[in-house]
Design a protein around this ligand. Structure first.
Ligand code: IMP
Ligand code: MG
Length: 172
């Protein structure tokens, strides 16, 4: 088992999610908001985030298959589950756990642009810069980190560690 080291504590995550919720609530006030979580990694972040968004909104999910059980993006992406919500006349906020190479979110962004929503924006808990290959504009960022393989708070390594309440790096 790889060693794990705490990088973002539970309270810090909680506080930052609260701030993001406030920002999002203010920015989308009076708008028809649909929060779209990217499964599986975003499920815990999304669950906490929507509970601090104090304006009416709908929630849906997509599932993107890309990573397998490795720590680097394969580049091959497939939409394993699409949204079931009619996105016309609404503003989509894509919620991701982490943006690494940017390949996944750039691909999703393109897909969502075709869906005729009024706007599509991105909210990511973690923006990890070191391996960025595709330029992406992340509208709401929880934390920016340079490198490291992160687990916890929804993030997995080979499907383990998702339920940890804080964010850790794995030291291989
Ligand atoms: P990207 O396409 O390289 O930006 O990767 C995005 C996806 O890879 C994320 O949604 C995660 O599921 C996974 N991923 C990237 N970096 C990490 C990490 O440090 N820990 C866990 N999953 C990661
Ligand atoms: Mg993910």
């Amino acid at each position: 088992m790889p060693e794990r080291r705490l990088v973002i504590g539970r309270q810090q995550v909680h506080d930052r999610v609260g701030e993001l919720g406030k920002l999002i609530s203010a920015d989308y006030a009076g708008k028809n908001l649909v929060v779209v979580g990217v499964l599986k990694g975003a499920f815990i972040f999304l669950a906490d985030l929507v509970r601090v968004i104090d304006i009416p909104h709908r929630i849906d999910f997509v599932r993107v298959a890309s990573y397998g059980n490795s720590t680097a993006s394969s580049g091959a992406i497939r939409l394993a589950k699409d949204v079931e919500t009619d996105l016309r006349n609404s503003h989509v906020l894509l919620v991701e756990d982490i943006v690494d190479s940017g390949i996944t979110i750039a691909w999703l962004m393109e897909k969502f642009m075709e869906k005729q929503a009024d706007s599509v924006r991105i909210c990511a808990l973690i923006n990890k810069m070191e391996r960025r290959e595709r330029p992406v504009d992340i509208d709401y960022v929880g934390f920016t980190l340079k490198s490291g393989f992160l687990v916890g708070y929804g993030l997995d390594y080979a499907e383990q560690y998702r339920s940890l309440p804080a964010i850790y790096t794995l030291e291989f």
